[in-house]
Design a protein around this ligand. Structure first.
Ligand SMILES: Cc1cc2nc3c(=O)[nH]c(=O)nc-3n(C[C@H](O)[C@H](O)[C@H](O)COP(=O)(O)OP(=O)(O)OC[C@H]3O[C@@H](n4cnc5c(N)ncnc54)[C@H](O)[C@@H]3O)c2cc1C
Length: 413
């Protein structure tokens, strides 16, 4: 049987995979008269696209941030990361979204949200934008392995033995966070099997665990302050905002933002130094001290110490024992090393025709729309570049055929 070979297979129909598919579909629609369409398979293990995307931002989808290009992402290759971010700005992402019917507005701290729909609507509108005539959906197809067959063709094998052949592959399988959404970390094994290095991964944007005797029993308290993260006594990160206290857990956006710095707690000692907003220099309290917090400090340490920590901004050190796991984490820190990828095209420097996009890569942003921005930026570039490669290959083929024809004519006459 002559099996169809797709021009491009996108593995993962999450944020990055959908964004990669958009320019491919638009190209085929625009140039259908002069060019044969680029054949694309959009593959996902789920029966639907963007399961995680549909629940982002507490259902509202904080899809980019106006300060994304200069934001503090965690990566081992800052240069490649900045080069990618420099090519697709938050404004451009908003323009692309507007083309597909998603209007947006900037809220506090540069966070951008849709104004006329929610996270599920964003997923649906982007999927509608991909269209059905140009991009074939292959949902319910859980890729188990990716190998290289003769002629540089990729062979994608599913868990049930089904196969898909493709000339180019965009790996957009996400990370390992929130595995119930379909992102179970398989992409790292595919990348490794194709010769790529994966920076060790760990859960990030996740609550921190502690056994602190004072804060241990505190439940349902929200208090403003600064969180500083120390690794083996060295200050590695800091953030300010609302700290949430629950039995054995520290959370809140500012805690989540420093959480990517916590890993291998059996090898390193981590501390969170909390400085709660107390009285300003004029003696005026910056916030009302939550009664439950005041009671916990007073009961454990006495009135004087409670006053120092809660009103006089004396830093309070909490030993961190670990993080919550993959199920609770919002993103994955670590991933496919950026230095093995072309920053302009997102194509592998090791395997021609292999592209990467999204969370599978070693790029972790803080809370605030930065991780989705990375998925859009890298997805868009990977989609465009894969398409250029397909068209480029066709042109080379046409040129070769023409040269062969001309040669044949020369021989005849
Ligand atoms: C609850 C929650 C809320 C969040 N809110 C925000 C927010 O508001 N703003 C923000 O910037 N970020 C947010 N994030 C992070 C953001 O959602 C991710 O960074 C982003 O979705 C990553 O996009 P991706 O396309 O790389 O991966 P994913 O969205 O995870 O998509 C990967 C896709 O690949 C598929 N797949 C994986 N392996 C296989 C396989 N072997 N075969 C076939 N298919 C496969 C999966 O089923 C999945 O559909 C949130 C995350 C969570 C969990």
């Amino acid at each position: 049987m002559n099996q169809k070979t797709y021009d491009i297979a996108i593995v993962g129909a999450g944020a990055a995979g959908l964004m990669a598919a958009l320019p491919l579909a638009a190209y085929s629609r625009e140039h259908f008269e002069e060019q044969p369409p680029v054949s694309v398979a959009l593959i996902d293990r789920n029966k639907e696209a963007g399961r995680k995307l549909a629940k982002t931002g507490n259902g509202r989808c904080n899809f980019t941030n106006t300060s994304a290009p200069s934001a503090p992402y965690d990566t081992a290759d800052e240069e490649t990361l900045r080069a990618v971010l420099a090519r697709v700005s938050p404004g451009e992402v908003r323009e692309i979204f507007a083309q597909y019917g998603i209007e947006s507005a900037e809220e506090s701290a540069g966070r951008v949200y849709p104004t006329n729909t929610d996270a599920k609507g964003v997923r649906d509108l982007l999927e509608d934008g991909v269209g059905s005539e140009d991009v074939e959906r292959v949902y319910g197809f859980a890729v188990k392995s990716i190998g290289l067959a003769d002629g540089g063709i990729f062979r994608l094998t599913a868990e049930n033995g089904d196969e898909i052949l493709a000339r180019n592959v965009i790996l957009a399988t996400g990370g390992k966070a929130d595995p119930g959404s379909g992102s179970q970390g398989d992409g790292y094994a595919f990348a490794r099997s194709l010769g790529h290095t994966v920076r060790p991964i760990h859960p990030a944007l996740v609550r921190l665990r502690h056994d602190d005797p004072v804060l241990g029993p505190v439940k349902g308290v929200r208090v403003k302050g600064t969180v500083e993260l120390y690794r083996d006594g060295e200050r590695v990160d800091a953030s300010y905002g609302e700290i949430q206290l629950n039995p054995g857990l520290l959370s809140g956006i500012c805690v989540m933002d420093v959480s990517h710095g916590v890993y291998r707690t059996n090898e390193h000692a981590f501390d969170c130094v909390l400085t709660f907003d107390g009285n300003g220099p004029d003696g005026v309290p910056k916030q009302e001290i939550p009664a439950r917090l005041l009671k916990a400090f007073t009961d454990a340490l006495g009135e004087e110490a409670a006053d120092e920590y809660l009103r006089q901004e004396k830093p309070y050190t909490v030993a961190v024992s670990g993080t919550q796991g993959w199920k609770e984490a919002q993103v994955t820190a670590g991933g496919v090393t950026l230095s093995e990828i072309d920053a302009l095209t997102l194509e592998s420097l090791r395997v021609p025709g292999l592209f990467f996009a999204g969370e599978i890569l070693d790029a972790t942003g803080p809370c605030g729309g930065y991780n989705l921005h990375w998925a859009w930026a890298s997805g868009f570039l990977a989609g465009m570049s894969a398409m250029k490669r397909v068209i480029g290959d066709r042109n080379v083929l046409e040129l070769q055929l023409r040269e062969e024809e001309e040669l044949a004519e020369e021989v005849v006459f």
